[in-house]
Design a protein around this ligand. Sequence first.
Ligand code: HEC
Ligand code: HEC
Length: 160
Amino acid sequence: MPRPSARSAALFSATLLPGALVCAFLAAQAPTAQAPATQAPATKNQASQPGGPHPTPTNLKVLPKGTTGDQVDALMRQYNGDLGVECSFCHAQNPTTHEDDYPSDGNPEKEQARYMMYMTADLNEKYLNDMPDRRYADPITCGTCHRGKDHPSVFVPATK
Ligand code: HEC
Ligand code: HEC
């Protein structure tokens, strides 16, 4: 795979088609979130959060500007489940408070995850979308490969 060109093409689409890109990221979240995807995630999260809506993100480099705090939070919870990790796997801690500093890029796993976000978006938008006679609408998600593990293990077929 030509990594640099795939990456710049994804960036290109992130610049020109923010709506399409955020739809792709958010559509790839929960298999059940298909139909009411436009309203359900935000309201559901607000209701389940005692503190109200999540703060507006300040350091998004892959997700389109305008992605709400609630949308980011829903996606992040999916990442936790898909990789079987806690938020701190990707997010650096504030050295004084020891709380997760979400906008910080201090944890290198966060940049790895950004690369994976581009890769996953490309798989869906460039390959599966254009697949002739595609039969299933299921998007590729982080969990398609990771299956609840931070490092996807190499598949070894059962010996007969
Ligand atoms: C697999 C890695 C990963 C995990 C796990 C993860 N995050 Fe993130 N998070 C990211 C990446 C990557 C970004 C930046 C996305 C971008 O650049 O568009 C981000 C961005 C955020 C932001 C936006 C910060 C800002 O202001 O720009 C918040 C808030 C956040 N994450 C919260 C969480 C929470 C809460 C959890 C756990 C429920 C979590 N994250 C788990 C990778 C992760
Ligand atoms: C097509 C399969 C595939 C998909 C889809 C995928 N990953 Fe990965 N991911 C991998 C592989 C393979 C590696 C190991 C890369 C390496 O050799 O370092 C990896 C590594 C990672 C790592 C580094 C883990 C470590 O050991 O430090 C993170 C973080 C990660 N992926 C997050 C994500 C997130 C978040 C998504 C969804 C946006 C995602 N991945 C989607 C295959 C995938």
